[in-house]
Design a binder for this molecule. Structure first.
Ligand code: CTP
Length: 371
Protein backbone atom coordinates (compact mmCIF):
# COMPACT_ATOMS: atom_id res chain seq x y z
CA UNK A 1 0.00 0.00 0.00
CA UNK A 2 1.37 3.44 -0.86
CA UNK A 3 0.01 5.72 1.84
CA UNK A 4 2.05 8.68 0.61
CA UNK A 5 -0.11 9.02 -2.51
CA UNK A 6 -2.82 10.42 -0.23
CA UNK A 7 -0.65 13.34 0.88
CA UNK A 8 -0.86 16.81 -0.69
CA UNK A 9 1.80 17.54 -3.34
CA UNK A 10 3.96 19.77 -1.13
CA UNK A 11 4.22 17.13 1.60
CA UNK A 12 5.12 14.48 -0.99
CA UNK A 13 7.87 16.76 -2.31
CA UNK A 14 9.22 17.24 1.21
CA UNK A 15 9.31 13.47 1.71
CA UNK A 16 11.08 13.05 -1.65
CA UNK A 17 13.71 15.59 -0.67
CA UNK A 18 14.33 13.87 2.67
CA UNK A 19 14.37 10.42 1.09
CA UNK A 20 16.81 11.30 -1.68
CA UNK A 21 19.21 13.41 0.34
CA UNK A 22 21.37 10.72 1.93
CA UNK A 23 21.88 7.17 0.62
CA UNK A 24 23.26 5.91 3.92
CA UNK A 25 19.90 6.47 5.66
CA UNK A 26 17.54 5.72 2.77
CA UNK A 27 15.89 2.65 4.26
CA UNK A 28 15.78 4.09 7.77
CA UNK A 29 13.37 6.98 7.30
CA UNK A 30 9.85 6.67 8.72
CA UNK A 31 6.81 8.81 9.24
CA UNK A 32 5.07 8.03 12.48
CA UNK A 33 2.23 8.79 14.89
CA UNK A 34 -0.63 11.15 14.02
CA UNK A 35 0.29 11.42 10.34
CA UNK A 36 0.08 7.66 9.73
CA UNK A 37 -3.12 7.41 11.80
CA UNK A 38 -4.73 10.25 9.84
CA UNK A 39 -3.65 8.83 6.48
CA UNK A 40 -5.11 5.44 7.38
CA UNK A 41 -8.35 7.24 8.31
CA UNK A 42 -8.33 9.26 5.06
CA UNK A 43 -8.20 12.48 7.07
CA UNK A 44 -6.27 15.65 6.27
CA UNK A 45 -2.78 15.59 7.69
CA UNK A 46 -1.73 18.47 9.97
CA UNK A 47 1.97 17.94 10.37
CA UNK A 48 4.39 15.16 9.56
CA UNK A 49 6.64 13.67 12.22
CA UNK A 50 9.73 12.03 10.74
CA UNK A 51 11.64 9.34 12.56
CA UNK A 52 15.13 8.07 11.75
CA UNK A 53 16.06 4.57 12.80
CA UNK A 54 19.49 5.84 13.83
CA UNK A 55 20.82 9.32 14.58
CA UNK A 56 18.60 12.13 13.24
CA UNK A 57 21.24 14.84 13.78
CA UNK A 58 23.88 12.82 11.92
CA UNK A 59 21.34 12.20 9.15
CA UNK A 60 20.42 15.91 8.81
CA UNK A 61 24.11 16.86 8.62
CA UNK A 62 25.04 14.17 6.09
CA UNK A 63 21.92 14.99 4.05
CA UNK A 64 22.98 18.63 3.99
CA UNK A 65 19.58 19.78 5.21
CA UNK A 66 19.00 23.32 6.45
CA UNK A 67 19.25 22.71 10.21
CA UNK A 68 17.37 25.26 12.36
CA UNK A 69 17.96 23.71 15.77
CA UNK A 70 18.97 20.47 17.39
CA UNK A 71 18.47 18.85 20.77
CA UNK A 72 21.37 16.57 21.63
CA UNK A 73 19.92 14.65 24.61
CA UNK A 74 16.86 13.47 22.64
CA UNK A 75 18.79 13.45 19.37
CA UNK A 76 16.10 15.42 17.55
CA UNK A 77 16.55 18.07 14.90
CA UNK A 78 14.43 20.79 13.29
CA UNK A 79 15.11 21.49 9.62
CA UNK A 80 13.58 23.78 7.04
CA UNK A 81 12.46 22.35 3.73
CA UNK A 82 10.38 24.26 1.16
CA UNK A 83 9.80 27.02 3.71
CA UNK A 84 8.38 24.57 6.21
CA UNK A 85 9.83 23.58 9.57
CA UNK A 86 10.11 19.82 9.89
CA UNK A 87 10.84 17.84 13.06
CA UNK A 88 13.01 14.78 12.67
CA UNK A 89 13.44 12.49 15.69
CA UNK A 90 15.69 9.54 16.36
CA UNK A 91 14.16 6.25 17.41
CA UNK A 92 14.52 6.06 21.18
CA UNK A 93 13.70 4.27 24.39
CA UNK A 94 12.26 6.30 27.25
CA UNK A 95 11.74 5.50 30.90
CA UNK A 96 9.81 7.33 33.60
CA UNK A 97 11.52 7.70 36.98
CA UNK A 98 8.41 9.03 38.70
CA UNK A 99 4.68 9.00 37.99
CA UNK A 100 3.85 11.82 35.60
CA UNK A 101 7.41 13.16 35.41
CA UNK A 102 9.06 13.96 32.12
CA UNK A 103 10.63 10.87 30.55
CA UNK A 104 14.33 10.13 30.48
CA UNK A 105 15.82 8.95 27.20
CA UNK A 106 17.94 5.88 27.88
CA UNK A 107 18.93 4.94 24.32
CA UNK A 108 18.65 6.42 20.84
CA UNK A 109 18.95 4.83 17.41
CA UNK A 110 17.05 1.72 18.46
CA UNK A 111 15.02 -0.62 16.25
CA UNK A 112 11.75 0.92 15.03
CA UNK A 113 9.62 -1.55 16.99
CA UNK A 114 11.40 -0.54 20.21
CA UNK A 115 10.54 3.11 19.55
CA UNK A 116 6.88 2.33 18.93
CA UNK A 117 6.66 0.75 22.40
CA UNK A 118 7.13 4.15 24.14
CA UNK A 119 3.99 5.64 22.60
CA UNK A 120 0.45 6.17 23.93
CA UNK A 121 -2.37 4.51 21.96
CA UNK A 122 -2.16 1.68 19.45
CA UNK A 123 -3.63 4.00 16.80
CA UNK A 124 -0.62 6.33 17.31
CA UNK A 125 1.98 3.58 17.39
CA UNK A 126 2.19 2.85 13.69
CA UNK A 127 5.22 3.74 11.57
CA UNK A 128 5.53 3.83 7.81
CA UNK A 129 8.84 3.36 6.03
CA UNK A 130 8.89 5.93 3.23
CA UNK A 131 11.46 3.97 1.20
CA UNK A 132 9.92 0.49 1.28
CA UNK A 133 6.32 1.74 1.72
CA UNK A 134 5.96 -0.83 4.50
CA UNK A 135 3.77 -0.34 7.53
CA UNK A 136 5.12 -1.25 11.00
CA UNK A 137 2.17 -1.91 13.22
CA UNK A 138 3.26 -4.22 16.06
CA UNK A 139 0.27 -3.33 18.28
CA UNK A 140 -2.35 -3.76 15.55
CA UNK A 141 -3.31 -0.10 15.60
CA UNK A 142 -4.73 -0.25 12.07
CA UNK A 143 -7.32 -2.77 13.27
CA UNK A 144 -8.20 -0.51 16.21
CA UNK A 145 -8.62 2.40 13.80
CA UNK A 146 -11.07 0.30 11.81
CA UNK A 147 -12.99 -0.65 14.94
CA UNK A 148 -12.84 2.83 16.51
CA UNK A 149 -11.00 1.63 19.61
CA UNK A 150 -8.60 3.55 21.86
CA UNK A 151 -6.24 1.12 23.47
CA UNK A 152 -3.16 1.82 25.54
CA UNK A 153 0.03 -0.22 24.96
CA UNK A 154 0.80 -1.33 28.52
CA UNK A 155 -0.76 -1.14 31.98
CA UNK A 156 1.54 1.56 33.41
CA UNK A 157 1.05 3.92 30.49
CA UNK A 158 -1.25 6.41 32.27
CA UNK A 159 0.77 6.35 35.49
CA UNK A 160 3.87 7.17 33.43
CA UNK A 161 2.14 9.98 31.59
CA UNK A 162 -1.40 10.95 32.66
CA UNK A 163 -1.65 13.52 29.84
CA UNK A 164 -2.38 10.42 27.77
CA UNK A 165 -5.80 10.28 29.44
CA UNK A 166 -6.50 13.82 28.27
CA UNK A 167 -5.18 13.04 24.78
CA UNK A 168 -7.44 9.99 24.73
CA UNK A 169 -10.50 12.14 25.44
CA UNK A 170 -9.54 14.31 22.48
CA UNK A 171 -9.28 11.30 20.14
CA UNK A 172 -12.53 9.87 21.55
CA UNK A 173 -14.53 12.94 20.58
CA UNK A 174 -12.52 13.94 17.49
CA UNK A 175 -12.94 10.53 15.85
CA UNK A 176 -15.99 9.28 17.73
CA UNK A 177 -13.95 6.36 19.12
CA UNK A 178 -14.39 4.38 22.34
CA UNK A 179 -11.87 3.38 25.01
CA UNK A 180 -11.48 -0.36 25.17
CA UNK A 181 -12.64 -1.91 28.45
CA UNK A 182 -9.22 -2.53 29.93
CA UNK A 183 -8.01 0.98 28.96
CA UNK A 184 -11.05 2.60 30.59
CA UNK A 185 -10.42 0.54 33.72
CA UNK A 186 -6.79 1.72 33.74
CA UNK A 187 -7.92 5.36 33.49
CA UNK A 188 -10.03 4.94 36.62
CA UNK A 189 -7.26 3.10 38.38
CA UNK A 190 -4.83 5.88 37.53
CA UNK A 191 -7.21 8.58 38.84
CA UNK A 192 -7.57 6.73 42.14
CA UNK A 193 -3.90 5.87 42.61
CA UNK A 194 -2.09 8.78 41.05
CA UNK A 195 0.50 10.54 43.18
CA UNK A 196 1.13 13.95 41.62
CA UNK A 197 4.22 14.81 43.64
CA UNK A 198 6.46 14.76 40.56
CA UNK A 199 3.82 15.65 37.99
CA UNK A 200 4.99 17.77 35.08
CA UNK A 201 2.29 20.43 35.44
CA UNK A 202 3.55 22.24 32.32
CA UNK A 203 2.77 19.18 30.28
CA UNK A 204 -0.74 19.03 31.75
CA UNK A 205 -1.46 22.67 30.84
CA UNK A 206 0.08 22.27 27.38
CA UNK A 207 -2.28 19.36 26.76
CA UNK A 208 -5.30 21.12 28.33
CA UNK A 209 -4.71 24.21 26.20
CA UNK A 210 -4.71 22.00 23.12
CA UNK A 211 -7.70 19.79 23.89
CA UNK A 212 -9.89 22.71 25.06
CA UNK A 213 -9.48 24.60 21.76
CA UNK A 214 -11.79 22.52 19.63
CA UNK A 215 -15.46 22.85 18.69
CA UNK A 216 -16.13 19.57 20.54
CA UNK A 217 -14.15 20.51 23.66
CA UNK A 218 -17.24 20.89 25.87
CA UNK A 219 -17.69 17.11 25.53
CA UNK A 220 -14.11 16.59 26.72
CA UNK A 221 -14.85 18.86 29.68
CA UNK A 222 -17.95 16.78 30.46
CA UNK A 223 -15.87 13.61 30.55
CA UNK A 224 -13.26 15.29 32.75
CA UNK A 225 -16.02 16.07 35.28
CA UNK A 226 -17.91 12.79 34.89
CA UNK A 227 -14.87 10.62 35.52
CA UNK A 228 -13.17 13.06 37.93
CA UNK A 229 -10.14 13.24 35.65
CA UNK A 230 -9.33 16.73 37.02
CA UNK A 231 -8.04 14.88 40.12
CA UNK A 232 -4.77 14.33 38.26
CA UNK A 233 -3.83 17.97 38.82
CA UNK A 234 -6.54 19.47 41.11
CA UNK A 235 -7.80 18.44 44.51
CA UNK A 236 -11.30 19.50 43.67
CA UNK A 237 -13.41 21.57 41.33
CA UNK A 238 -16.69 23.33 41.84
CA UNK A 239 -17.63 23.13 38.19
CA UNK A 240 -20.56 20.83 37.45
CA UNK A 241 -21.36 19.03 34.24
CA UNK A 242 -24.82 20.63 34.20
CA UNK A 243 -23.22 24.11 34.19
CA UNK A 244 -21.21 23.71 30.98
CA UNK A 245 -24.07 25.13 28.88
CA UNK A 246 -24.15 28.21 31.10
CA UNK A 247 -20.38 28.54 30.79
CA UNK A 248 -20.64 28.44 26.99
CA UNK A 249 -23.38 31.07 27.12
CA UNK A 250 -21.08 33.36 29.13
CA UNK A 251 -18.33 32.64 26.58
CA UNK A 252 -20.59 33.90 23.78
CA UNK A 253 -21.94 36.96 25.66
CA UNK A 254 -18.43 38.22 26.43
CA UNK A 255 -16.90 37.23 23.09
CA UNK A 256 -14.27 34.98 24.65
CA UNK A 257 -11.99 33.71 21.89
CA UNK A 258 -9.67 31.70 24.09
CA UNK A 259 -12.10 28.95 25.05
CA UNK A 260 -9.17 26.86 26.34
CA UNK A 261 -8.27 29.44 28.99
CA UNK A 262 -11.91 29.88 30.01
CA UNK A 263 -12.39 26.13 30.52
CA UNK A 264 -9.16 25.81 32.51
CA UNK A 265 -10.11 28.75 34.76
CA UNK A 266 -13.67 27.46 35.17
CA UNK A 267 -12.31 24.16 36.45
CA UNK A 268 -10.02 25.93 38.88
CA UNK A 269 -11.88 29.00 40.19
CA UNK A 270 -13.88 28.61 43.35
CA UNK A 271 -15.90 31.69 44.10
CA UNK A 272 -16.47 35.30 43.19
CA UNK A 273 -17.70 38.10 45.40
CA UNK A 274 -20.77 39.83 44.01
CA UNK A 275 -20.59 43.47 45.12
CA UNK A 276 -23.47 45.93 45.45
CA UNK A 277 -23.30 48.72 42.89
CA UNK A 278 -25.01 52.11 43.29
CA UNK A 279 -24.57 53.34 39.74
CA UNK A 280 -23.06 52.59 36.34
CA UNK A 281 -19.78 54.27 37.17
CA UNK A 282 -19.23 51.92 40.10
CA UNK A 283 -19.92 49.04 37.72
CA UNK A 284 -17.42 50.52 35.27
CA UNK A 285 -14.73 50.97 37.91
CA UNK A 286 -15.18 47.42 39.20
CA UNK A 287 -15.03 45.64 35.85
CA UNK A 288 -12.56 47.81 33.94
CA UNK A 289 -9.60 45.61 34.87
CA UNK A 290 -11.41 42.40 33.88
CA UNK A 291 -10.57 40.80 30.56
CA UNK A 292 -13.23 38.90 28.61
CA UNK A 293 -12.37 35.59 30.25
CA UNK A 294 -12.68 37.09 33.74
CA UNK A 295 -15.96 38.76 32.80
CA UNK A 296 -17.36 35.49 31.46
CA UNK A 297 -16.24 33.62 34.58
CA UNK A 298 -17.66 36.25 36.93
CA UNK A 299 -21.00 36.18 35.12
CA UNK A 300 -20.97 32.39 34.93
CA UNK A 301 -20.39 32.13 38.68
CA UNK A 302 -22.65 34.96 39.90
CA UNK A 303 -25.17 35.45 37.07
CA UNK A 304 -24.86 39.15 37.96
CA UNK A 305 -26.45 41.08 35.09
CA UNK A 306 -24.28 44.10 35.94
CA UNK A 307 -21.44 42.37 34.09
CA UNK A 308 -23.58 42.32 30.93
CA UNK A 309 -24.60 45.95 31.56
CA UNK A 310 -20.91 46.86 31.72
CA UNK A 311 -20.60 45.87 28.04
CA UNK A 312 -22.88 48.82 27.15
CA UNK A 313 -20.38 51.41 28.34
CA UNK A 314 -17.05 49.62 28.64
CA UNK A 315 -15.62 51.37 25.55
CA UNK A 316 -16.80 54.84 26.57
CA UNK A 317 -14.14 57.52 26.06
CA UNK A 318 -14.13 61.34 26.11
CA UNK A 319 -14.18 62.91 22.64
CA UNK A 320 -11.69 65.54 23.74
CA UNK A 321 -8.13 64.72 24.70
CA UNK A 322 -5.20 66.24 26.55
CA UNK A 323 -4.18 68.35 23.52
CA UNK A 324 -7.64 69.94 23.41
CA UNK A 325 -7.39 70.78 27.11
CA UNK A 326 -3.92 72.25 26.68
CA UNK A 327 -5.27 74.40 23.85
CA UNK A 328 -7.86 75.68 26.36
CA UNK A 329 -5.04 76.76 28.66
CA UNK A 330 -4.85 73.83 31.04
CA UNK A 331 -1.36 72.73 32.05
CA UNK A 332 -0.16 69.23 31.22
CA UNK A 333 -0.23 66.80 34.15
CA UNK A 334 -2.43 65.21 36.75
CA UNK A 335 -5.12 67.92 36.55
CA UNK A 336 -5.82 67.16 32.88
CA UNK A 337 -6.11 63.47 33.80
CA UNK A 338 -8.68 64.34 36.46
CA UNK A 339 -10.75 66.42 34.03
CA UNK A 340 -10.78 63.64 31.42
CA UNK A 341 -11.81 61.15 34.09
CA UNK A 342 -14.70 63.35 35.20
CA UNK A 343 -15.95 63.58 31.59
CA UNK A 344 -15.73 59.81 31.35
CA UNK A 345 -17.67 59.49 34.60
CA UNK A 346 -20.44 61.79 33.35
CA UNK A 347 -20.69 59.79 30.13
CA UNK A 348 -20.84 56.45 31.90
CA UNK A 349 -23.50 57.74 34.29
CA UNK A 350 -25.54 59.13 31.42
CA UNK A 351 -24.71 57.98 27.91
CA UNK A 352 -26.49 60.95 26.30
CA UNK A 353 -24.98 63.69 28.42
CA UNK A 354 -22.61 64.97 25.70
CA UNK A 355 -23.37 64.70 21.99
CA UNK A 356 -20.35 66.55 20.57
CA UNK A 357 -16.84 67.62 21.42
CA UNK A 358 -18.17 71.15 21.97
CA UNK A 359 -20.57 69.84 24.63
CA UNK A 360 -17.59 68.37 26.47
CA UNK A 361 -15.61 71.63 26.16
CA UNK A 362 -18.59 73.56 27.50
CA UNK A 363 -18.77 71.19 30.47
CA UNK A 364 -15.06 71.63 31.16
CA UNK A 365 -15.16 75.42 31.05
CA UNK A 366 -18.19 75.45 33.32
CA UNK A 367 -16.62 73.23 35.96
CA UNK A 368 -12.89 73.87 35.77
CA UNK A 369 -10.71 76.86 35.14
CA UNK A 370 -7.11 76.88 33.93
CA UNK A 371 -4.65 77.74 36.75
N1 CTP B 1 2.94 10.65 21.96
C1 CTP B 1 2.84 9.79 23.06
N2 CTP B 1 2.49 10.27 24.30
C2 CTP B 1 2.24 11.59 24.46
C3 CTP B 1 2.32 12.48 23.37
C4 CTP B 1 2.69 11.97 22.13
O1 CTP B 1 3.06 8.60 22.90
N3 CTP B 1 1.91 12.06 25.66
C5 CTP B 1 3.36 10.10 20.65
C6 CTP B 1 2.23 9.46 19.86
O2 CTP B 1 2.76 8.40 19.11
C7 CTP B 1 1.78 10.60 18.96
C8 CTP B 1 3.11 11.27 18.61
O3 CTP B 1 3.87 11.16 19.82
O4 CTP B 1 1.13 10.12 17.81
C9 CTP B 1 2.97 12.72 18.19
O5 CTP B 1 2.29 13.46 19.18
P1 CTP B 1 1.48 14.78 18.85
O6 CTP B 1 2.06 15.47 17.70
O7 CTP B 1 1.30 15.51 20.16
O8 CTP B 1 0.00 14.27 18.52
P2 CTP B 1 -0.60 13.43 17.33
O9 CTP B 1 -0.79 12.02 17.76
O10 CTP B 1 0.22 13.64 16.10
O11 CTP B 1 -2.07 14.00 17.20
P3 CTP B 1 -2.64 15.40 16.67
O12 CTP B 1 -3.48 15.04 15.51
O13 CTP B 1 -3.44 15.89 17.85
O14 CTP B 1 -1.46 16.29 16.36
Amino acid sequence: MNLLAKLPEKERKIIDIILNSCDEYKGKIYIVGGVVRDLLMNKDVKDIDFLIEGNAIDFAKKANLNIKSQHEPFCTVKVEILDQEIDIASTRIETYQYMGALPTVTQTGVNINEDLKRRDYTINSIAYNVYSNKIFDPFLGAKDIQNGILKILHKNSFLDDPTRILRGLDFKHRFNFKFDKETYFLIQKCINNFNNEHLSIDRIYLTLNKIFSFSYSSKILEDILDDEIYKIWLNKTELKKTEIKKLDEAKTIFGVEEQNKLYICALESFFYIKPKFNNNYEIYEFFKKFNNIQLALYYFKTQDKNAVKYLEFKDTKPLINGHDLKALGFKQGEFIGRILKSILKEKVLNTNVFQTKDDEIEYVLKNYSPE
